[in-house]
Design a protein around this ligand. Sequence first.
Ligand code: ZN
Length: 228
Amino acid sequence: MLPARCAGCGEGAGQLCPACRALLTCAAAGPAGPEPPPDGLPPVHAATPYGGPVRNLLIAHKERGALRLARPLGSALAAAVRSADAAGAPGAPGAPLLLVPVPSTRRSVRERGHDPALRLARAAARELRRAGRPARVAPVLRHARRVADQAGLSAAERHRNLHGALTVRPRTVALLHGRPVVLVDDLVTTGASLAEAARALRAAGCPPRAAATVAATARRAASIGLGR
Ligand SMILES: [Zn+2]
């Protein structure tokens, strides 16, 4: 059964009304992320600022199991990946992009019933391939230890909470070497999770060339779509 109201605006018909869909498909992806960035954060590109209907759509997908939103949100993520890829250091032309999602904790996967960033990464990779850019998802990161809930922590506390929290699964390191790696997540706020994910990849000898998210909360989100 279709939900009566749009998950973005609460008014339009269907799970995603045309106006909210347009917010995702017409988004102008560009550089985003916190200012100043945390140490080790690669260049971050986002499809759209976080707020209003976009915020509601990401929450509906992440927390309320609105899984059919993965495709439109994944298309927006694909636009951010393209933007990040275009701005990154030159790599082997045509080499398949590896999208590495920031992993959820096992506990939140259990509570939500899915891993939102992994699902969006898969949808983005499908969209990139449809558009002729070879891409695949490499879910190579895992938690090396338990972390506290990030909600309510300051940027410095988030950094301390997360430092050393992620690691690359040893048997997947060979998969990454020499490949263009783009970290992906649904949202960038302080950049602490992406910076930790980048640290773990660098420690394994596979530095990511960039990071891409559907949305960005930080102050620089205001610059998305400008100057490009
Ligand atoms: Zn709507």
